[in-house]
Design a protein around this ligand. Structure first.
Ligand code: ADE
Length: 418
């Protein structure tokens, strides 16, 4: 089996950590047990470009239990957990092409190594497999049945392809499931982003001015959790509705240029480019800590920051100090890449349980319906989405009420009014 990882000797530590995550992934476990019996993915080759974490390892093990052969490359150069990569290769026979800290050239070499596996199904977090297939490796498409996409940014890229009528195979947008974005994006990003910032800096959040750029599901989660840690949270937005929601959720809302002047922390979660830009760097308060938790490393304009500064140096793992010509210092975490996966371990297993249940059941659904699918972006059927929520509640030991026959009738009637 081909692979390219840091060190196979790290496997025992990786295996222990994969097992630790598994304990908190009961929904995925139940899918794995069924897949083991039914083999719905028998004979399929699945290529994945995902963050190589303990949680992803459990997804890959589930796909393998379903009869697929699976391989993985990283969906971010800094998110790979090298011990997990080692264990996947040594203990689970899964081909891994990922090394934490790989440069751009190796990153794409690893993507191509996965694409060389004659794939029937692609699974992306950010649409890099799809993008390379649609630009440089169109010859692979005849073999591909369908794909899955994990994240908001990936779905935006896929919808752009679909709109131009250039999407060449059907893709399931796992992100669009309720049991994905309501939980992973909100509670997962909320907790793991703070975890990343705190692990990188060991700075106190209580009493600080914490600026959250973007009030989508990820921004909401982050703003809420930062407030929970005692920070004074300021939200920046471009969408008037989301800005209004932030106001009514009790947050201060300001333009970035104003917020930057008083920020102790700025964290971007928008999915857009240059959210912290040259004019912001000119006014940012001394010693401000800037990080990003959006998918790509484009949200902080680091080129502009570099030009405005007279020197830079690494002061701690994942912390780079830029000294401006005025003497002010600005700290950037993890080169502006996903802070929650670079300096921490990404979202906790309990939320990834539902995200990856959507990927596993989504793959089964797409394969089962392969003859009916068009070259479109699909959303998982609501019954599957709700079933994931039911399984999660069951795992928590929580019971809920059921509609009575009378209530069901009332809800489907129009005659009864005042
Ligand atoms: N994205 C965010 N957190 C993650 C995790 N723990 N594993 C895989 N992908 C993730």
């Amino acid at each position: 089996m081909k692979f390219d990882i840091k060190n196979t000797k790290l496997a025992p530590e990786g295996k222990r950590r994969i097992e630790w995550a598994e304990k908190d992934m009961p929904v995925l476990r139940s899918i794995k047990e069924r897949f083991q019996k039914e083999k719905p993915l028998r004979g399929l080759t699945i290529g994945t470009c995902l963050h190589v974490t303990t949680e992803t390892a459990n997804l890959l093990i589930t796909l393998k239990a379903g009869g697929a052969s699976a391989s993985i490359c990283a969906s971010n150069p800094l998110s790979t957990q090298d011990d997990v990569a080692a264990s996947l290769v040594k203990d689970f026979g899964i081909a891994v092409f990922a090394i934490k800290g790989e440069d751009n050239k190796i990153y794409y070499k690893h993507i191509n190594a996965v694409l060389d596996m004659k794939l029937h199904y692609t699974m992306d977090d950010g649409a890099d497999l799809v993008s390379v297939i649609h630009t440089k490796r169109k010859d692979l498409i005849k073999n591909i049945i369908a794909g899955g996409e994990e994240t908001t940014t990936g779905v935006i890229r896929l919808k752009a392809l679909e709109k131009e009528k250039r999407l060449l195979y059907p893709i399931l947008a796992a992100n669009e499931a309720m049991t994905k974005h309501f939980f992973d994006n909100r509670y997962g990003t909320g907790q793991s982003t703070l975890d990343g910032i705190v692990r990188a800096t060991n700075r106190l959040l209580a009493g600080s001015n914490f600026v959250v750029a973007g009030y989508g599901w990820c921004g909401r989660g982050l703003a809420t959790r930062a407030r929970g840690m005692g920070a004074k949270v300021i939200v920046t937005e471009v969408d008037p509705v989301k800005a209004l929601e932030a106001v009514m959720d009790g947050f201060d809302v300001k333009p970035m240029r104003e917020a930057a002047k008083i920020a102790d922390f700025i964290c971007t979660v928008t999915g857009d480019i240059n959210v912290v830009d040259v004019e912001d760097f000119r006014v940012i308060k001394d010693s401000c800590i800037i990080s990003n938790s959006g998918h790509f490393d484009v949200e902080i304009n680091l080129n502009a920051l570099q030009k405005l500064s007279k020197s830079k140096r690494i002061v701690r793992n994942f912390v780079e100090e830029y000294t401006m010509k005025s003497g002010r210092k600005i700290f950037v975490l993890a080169e502006g890449r996903l802070i929650n996966l670079a300096s921490a371990e990404g979202h906790p297993a309990s939320v990834m349980d539902m995200s990856f249940a959507n990927q596993a059941l989504g793959a089964e659904y797409m394969i089962k319906n392969r003859n009916k699918l068009e070259k479109r972006v699909y959303v998982i059927p609501e019954v599957i989405d709700r079933n994931i929520a039911e399984l999660k509640l069951k795992a928590f030991g929580i019971k809920i009420d059921k509609l009575t026959a009378e209530q069901r009738k009332y809800l489907s009637s129009w005659e009864i009014g005042t």
